[in-house]
Design a protein around this ligand. Sequence first.
Ligand code: SAM
Length: 427
Amino acid sequence: MNVADSRRLASALEQIGYKSSKRPQEADVIVLNTCVVRQSAEDKAIGRLSSLRPLKEKNPDLVINLMGCLIGVRGNRKIQERFPWVDVVSPPSNPTPLINYLNERSGKTTLQLKQEKLNAILDGDLILPVEDQNTLVSAYIPIVYGCSHACTYCIIPNKRGIEHSRPYEEILAEAQCLANQGVKEITLLGQIVDRYGMDLPGKPTLAALLRDLHKINDLKRIRFLTSHPNWITDDLLEAVGELPKVCQHIEVPNQSGDDQILQTMRRGYTSAAYRELIQKIRTKIPSVSIATDIIVGFPGETEAQFQNTYRLLKELRMDVAHLARYSPREGTYSARKLANNIPEEEKMRRFRVLESLQETIAGEINTQHMGQSVNVLFEGKSRDRWRGRTKTNKLVFVESQENLRGKECDVTITWTGPWSMVGTLTS
Ligand code: SAM
C-alpha cells in the first residue's frame, strides 16, 4: 500500500515540476512514507526521521514531509513535537498536504495552482513517475482504503481509518492508464480486499471488477491481496478459476491455528473453518498457491496453543507463510487489556520453529517443478539474472542476453529452493 501511495505522490510531485533525485543530500523535498504495523517498522521510521535532522540543519529550505501510518488519519501531535524539523505531515494515501504546501510556497497564481493541483492529484489518471515509464512491469492499485475490522492486535484501522472502497470506474481508468504506460501486471490492494464494493452504491464485487479488468487488452496479469477467510466468496474463487489473466494465488491470513487465540484476536473464524476454506479454494482452483500470515507469541499463547498452529501449518502445507512475532501496538485492544507475557526469546524460538517447518514445506512444493515448464512474467534484473514470477507467485531467475522485461515466457526449471527457482528459457 505504501509503495502505491509513494508512487502516486512521486507522480503528483512531477506534475508540479519536481524531479526525482538519487541522493537525499541533493533533494529539495524529502518524503518519508511510514509503516507502524509492528514496533520494528516504527523504530525504523523513527531512525530514518532522526537521520534527516542534519540535512535540515544544513539546508533550512529543505522540505521534509512525514507521511503514512506514523501520522495516521487522526494526526500525531507527539511525533510533530518530537521532530520539529518535519515541515508537513500527511495521512496515509494522501498527497494533498504536501502538494498544497509546495504550491503555496511557489508564488504561482491561484488559477495555475488550481489547475496544477487538479492534475497532480487526479484519481484514476495516474501518470507514472518518469523513472517508471516504460520500465515498470508490475504496479499496485489500492482499491479498498482503511479497515473496519477490529482484530484486537491490529493498529491499521486506527491509523488508516474506516474502510472505504474506491469507485469502480476510477479503478478501471487507473488500470487502463497504467496499461497504456507499459504496465503488464496489476495487484489490487485492500486490507480485506474481498470486501471491495460493500460500501459503494449498487455494491459492485471484486469478482465483477476482476471480470472487467480482464478485458483490458494490454494487461497480462491481475492479482489481489489480502483476503480475509470470512469474506472470500464462491463467486470470487470462480472468477480466479475462470479468468486466465487472474493469477492463481490467494493470500489469506490465518494468524493462529488455535481457536481460543483466534477468538481473543477477534478474527471471527475457527481453525476448522479455515481448514475447510483452504480445502475449498484448492478444489475450485487446483493449481492455486496459497500464502498465509501467522502471529506467534500472542498474549497468553501456551505451548499447546502454539503447537495447534504448528500442526495446522504442517497439515495445510502453504506455499508461503509470512511469520510475525506479536508486537503490542499502542491503542489496540490487546495492548491495553492483554499482558504481553511471552518472553521475546520464546517468541523468537516459536518463530524459528515455524520458519524451519515452512522452509521444508516450500522446498518440497517447489521441488515438484523441477524439469517442468512454467510461465514467467519478467519484471527486471537482479545482478546478472532476469527476475520474474509465475502466476502462482513463485520467484524465478533466468540468465539471458535478451531483454526479457515485461515479457511472459515459458521457462524450464533447472534448480529449486524454498524461496526461489532457477531455469532456462524453453525454446
Ligand atoms: N489485513 C490483513 C489481515 O490481517 O487479514 C493483513 C494485513 S497486515 C498489514 C499484515 C500482517 O501483519 C497481518 O496479517 C499480521 O500477521 C501482522 N500483524 C498485524 N499486527 C501485528 C502485531 N500487532 N504484531 C505482529 N504482527 C502483526
